[in-house]
Write a protein that binds this ligand. Structure first.
Ligand code: GLU
Length: 492
């Protein structure tokens, strides 16, 4: 038998920024396409006008690109089975919904919102199962004509068989059976002419020749309805794979805004690298079968298979993500890391936009000082501040005085260091070390009693990269000025 071409899609609704759960769904679809030489489609399910967020579309496309998940067909790139926006396919949905009405598989429903609300209230009070009571299912052709003549706008509902069973096969979870009597006569076409998710999703998956539907498991309950639709149209359904939700870090409930970052954009702004986020998402619902942890996208394509997707929910571990990010960040070439840090430093006003080449080269030279010390790109700002700014705010006197010294001793140490450093022509690590050790010996002090105050004077911090390399990087003029400033603080 000829193997069917793998065609998968990511079908977000533009109701907000791309959630990392959605990004993971996109990733698995993308991998499934690449692994099998197939196509990855992006389809925008924008039929719910009430939840439409105009900025969402740009965010979704930009976030997917940032993650490296380019689509073969869809918005911006087009393709043979477009349009890829559902709002541009309304005629098709209408035509097919009407076709089902003509075939007796669907029907017009003129019930008003008020009636449906009352029905729901009564069902709630009587503790009856919710759902449409099929009031319009038995309207006669005359009644329907009259309603139209009176200007009433109907919805079209699916005529669910009243009994029987429907089998849903999920490639991961196996067979699930649903009792048809529990399924509603769900709406296919709304009175404004827009389709519901169910109708549009099935029609598009069919005409876009989707071979595998991989989506979040919150859609499992919809799948029996979809299968019923495939049957009604006489179409072959795709293979279904429902991916487990992932839970908030505390393991309780879905990841939501109250847990902090939820969208890809949030993670980008927090200073995560796309390659780290992708690697992290890859392992959040899929396992390689061995203990490998690091995957580039290409390696993930190699290793991926849908059989090793998990079915149980996984909690998001932010420590793990930070760890991944730190590992990826350390692997970058310093120049590349400088490029990644640059926008964050510009945002903090530590470097100008555009950044002049000599300032950028200075940044590149600083990267080795921080590369081992940061996990997020946003940490570059605080770590580099005292290198990039000409002046730092004067450190507090307490910070300048190490535990085993008195303020007088610190003033002496700083003054001697200042005098000695003034004589140093070339600010290189070796010479600086020799000079400052000489100062400590001459004063009869421990090295730390001299080094720590200098470190604080020059950086405002007690935790920094190695003192001599940092002094060399900051340069003579600024070092001397900052030591003078610290002496003033202590003398006050
Ligand atoms: N538009 C749906 C969503 O936003 C797509 C669900 C599906 O993939 O079928 O998640």
């Amino acid at each position: 038998m000829k193997k069917e071409k793998v065609r998968v899609r990511f079908a977000p609704s533009p109701t907000g920024f791309l959630h990392i759960g959605g990004a993971r769904t996109a990733l698995y679809n993308w991998l499934q396409a690449k692994k099998n030489g197939g196509s990855f489609l992006l389809r925008i399910e924008d039929t719910d006008r009430t939840r439409f967020v105009p900025e969402a579309l740009d965010d979704i496309t930009a976030s997917l690109k940032w993650l490296g998940l380019e689509w073969d067909e869809g918005p911006l790139v087009g393709g043979p089975v477009g349009p890829y926006f559902q709002s541009e396919r309304l005629e098709l949905y209408k035509k097919l919904a009407q076709q089902l009405v003509e075939e007796g598989k669907a029907y017009y429903c003129f019930c008003t919102t008020e009636r449906l609300q009352e029905l729901r209230k009564a069902q709630e009070q009587g503790k009856a199962a919710p759902g449409y009571d099929r009031c319009c299912r038995t309207l006669t052709p005359d009644q329907i004509r009259e309603a139209f003549a009176a200007g009433k706008m109907p919805v079209i509902r699916f005529k669910m068989p009243e009994q029987g069973e429907i089998k849903v096969v999920d490639a991961l979870r196996g067979e699930m059976r649903f009792d048809l009597s529990t399924l509603d006569d769900f709406v296919l076409l709304k009175s404004d002419g827009y389709p519901t998710y169910h109708l549009a999703n099935v029609i598009d998956d069919h005409f876009m020749e989707i071979s595998h539907v991989m989506r979040g498991d919150e859609w499992i309950v919809s799948t029996p309805k979809h299968i019923m639709l495939y049957q009604s149209f006489g179409w072959k359904p795709p293979v279904f794979i429902h991916l487990p939700v992932f839970l908030a870090p505390d393991g309780k409930g879905k990841l939501s805004k109250r847990h902090g970052a939820t969208s890809v954009r949030d993670y980008k702004d927090k200073g995560y690298l796309p390659e780290a986020l992708v690697n992290f998402l890859l392992l959040l619902g899929w396992h390689p079968g061995d203990d490998r942890e690091f995957f580039t996208l290409e390696e993930a394509v190699e290793a991926f298979s849908i059989e090793r997707l998990n079915t149980s929910p996984v909690a998001l571990s932010l420590e793990k993500l930070d760890w991944f990010n730190g590992m990826y960040l350390r692997k970058l070439d310093p120049r590349e890391l400088a490029i990644r840090c640059l926008p964050f430093l510009q945002k903090e006003g530590l470097l100008p936009t555009p950044c002049p080449p000599e300032r950028f080269e200075y940044l590149v030279s600083l990267i080795p000082l921080i590369q081992e010390r940061i996990n997020l790109l946003t940490e570059a700002g605080p770590a580099l501040q005292y290198f990039l700014e000409d002046e730092i705010s004067p450190p507090a006197a307490d910070l300048l005085v190490p535990k085993k010294s008195t303020p007088e001793e610190v003033v002496t140490a700083l003054q001697s260091a200042l005098a000695a450093l003034k004589e140093v022509e070339e600010f290189t690590e070796g010479i600086l070390e020799e000079t400052l050790r000489g100062v400590a010996t001459a004063l009869g002090m421990k090295a730390g009693q001299v080094f720590m105050p200098i470190r604080v004077a020059v950086t405002g911090s007690t935790a920094t990269p190695g003192l001599f390399e940092l002094l060399a990087a900051i340069g003579k003029e600024r070092v001397l000025a900052r030591i003078e400033q610290a002496i003033k603080v202590l003398k006050k």
